[in-house]
Design a protein around this ligand. Structure first.
Ligand code: FCB
Length: 467
């Protein structure tokens, strides 16, 4: 710990901030962009709170210069943004859209001009609607289309972008999107939802190959990773039933991704977790080799732990069950603060998660924390200032948790705060504010919050140590 309570982190530790295309860009009908599943979903009555959409969002598409200036003033080493697939390929595949590529050219150049490393995520949930119409992630063809898109993006931007993240949080795409139904496309499915999980992994593996092949062909270097939202799950009691419930949930949240990516296998308890839904019909010989291509880094997004107990099926009829119906129920955390999302603040669970993943996967690559932050309702505004001390505490405590994991031997190389600015928080719309910069959605004016100034000071203090 440093003099003012800031965490002690390795000298070359990377500090960043993160956003995602649909959450900030707006301009959904401009520059030749095609519709995505999030346009369709957000325009479906009742899907998003208050009927809000990403049509305008933070208008970043037009204001990216101002946003890069905020990043420059913040002093971050890197900025994690996502590329909107429907801007590059409005119909999902086929000829690239020059205007879409030109936008990311401008953004990347602006970042490099400000001395900030661009870290690009290829998929942060905005699947071109045309591909959804052909079956979306339920079908193998979408994974193949993703590889083509990855190649186009890498050929064009790979002279300036070195670090690539294939997918953001495939758990959310697969299970919140296709089983819980609270994310686009908003369906509640069984086996097809498990097929989406598999095809997302396959898409990652195929794209990894394309990103590297593009780099080799052009004599460039590329570092490829994937971002997972891993969960730290604890049983509500010590009963065998609650432990088994945690085991099933760990499979759905963590192992379904980590085992094929890092262990060359599918989870041992798939049948116990999903029963006959996990029929494997969507898998082919050789898929595990594609999915298990070595990663240069693993991105981890972390917000909160979960406490779980054993429960009956939500749906008694096996034929109508979704892939999220795994006989598990949430139990509240008592005695801890909860954020505006209703998420418990338990920073030490972050250390536990990182140490646990490190122990379970011997070939774990270096880790980047690609998202962490908090939504707070009670931001106190006086004049031009936004006093968000709860957010500062959250970020500081979670950075301390990362420092503790490093101390315990986990190779964590960087941290990206979620998020640079308030934005469209998916099904919750605009009232959940995660930004360290406030966005006034009437005027689109940006105001750095106290957390922005705090993070800036931390980065400066760290830079001074680097010498
Ligand atoms: C993650 C998402 C990100 C943001 C945060 C709060 O699940 O990747 O887009 O919504 O949660």
């Amino acid at each position: 710990m440093t003099a003012n309570g800031l965490p002690e982190l390795p000298p070359d530790f990377l500090f960043g901030a993160a956003t995602a295309s649909y959450q900030i860009e707006g301009a959904v009908d401009e520059g030749g962009r095609g519709p995505s599943i999030w346009d369709t979903y957000s325009h479906t009555p009742g899907a998003v709170d208050r009927g809000e959409t990403g049509d305008i969002a933070c208008d970043h598409y037009h204001r990216y210069r101002e946003d890069v200036a905020l990043l420059e003033e913040l002093g971050v080493d890197a900025y994690r943004f996502s590329i909107a697939w429907p801007r590059i390929l409005p119909a999902g595949r086929g000829p690239a859209n020059a205007e879409g590529l030109a936008f990311y050219d401008r953004l990347v150049d602006e970042l490099l001009g400000a001395g900030i490393e661009p870290v690009a995520t290829l998929y942060h949930w905005d699947l071109p609607q045309a591909l959804e119409d052909e079956g979306g992630w339920r079908v193998r063809g979408t994974a193949e289309a993703f590889a083509e898109y990855a190649r186009i993006a890498a050929d064009r931007l790979g002279d300036r972008v070195t670090r690539w993240i294939t997918l953001n949080e495939p758990f959310c795409s697969a299970f919140i999107g296709h089983a819980i139904g609270r994310h686009a496309p908003g369906t509640r499915e069984g086996t097809p939802a498990l097929a989406t999980a598999h095809h997302l992994l396959l898409a990652h593996g195929l794209a990894t190959h394309e990103l590297r092949a593009s780099a080799v062909e052009h004599g460039r270097s590329a570092e490829v990773g994937i971002t997972l939202n891993l969960d730290r799950l604890i049983p509500a009691t010590d009963s065998a039933e609650d432990h088994a419930a945690v085991d099933r949930a760990e499979t759905m949240h963590n192992r379904v991704w980590l085992d094929p990516l890092l262990g060359g296998r599918y989870p041992h308890n798939e049948q116990e977790t999903w029963g006959e839904l996990a029929d494997g019909s969507y898998r082919r010989e050789g898929d595990l080799e594609i999915i298990g291509r070595p990663l240069d880094f693993l991105g981890i997004n972390y917000y909160r732990p979960g406490k779980l107990k054993d429960a009956p099926h939500d749906e008694p009829d096996p034929a109508r069950r979704t892939a999220a119906d795994i006989r598990v129920a949430d139990v509240p955390f008592d005695g801890v603060r909860h954020t505006q999302m209703g998420w418990p603040v338990v920073p030490e669970s972050f250390t536990d998660l990182l140490v646990d993943v490190h122990r379970r996967y011997p070939n774990l690559p270096p880790i980047l924390i690609t998202e962490n932050g908090s939504a707070e309702a009670d931001e106190d505004r006086t004049g031009a200032r936004v006093h968000d001390s709860d957010r500062i505490d959250y970020i500081r405590e979670h950075l301390l948790a990362v420092a503790a994991a490093i101390e315990a031997g986990v190779d964590v190389r960087g941290y990206f705060v979620w998020s640079l600015m308030d934005n469209f928080e998916w099904a919750f719309g605009y009232d959940r504010r995660f930004g360290i910069v406030r966005v006034d959605y009437d005027t689109l004016e940006r105001t750095p919050k106290d957390s922005y100034h705090w993070y800036r000071a931390l980065i400066r203090e760290h830079a001074a140590k680097r010498g």
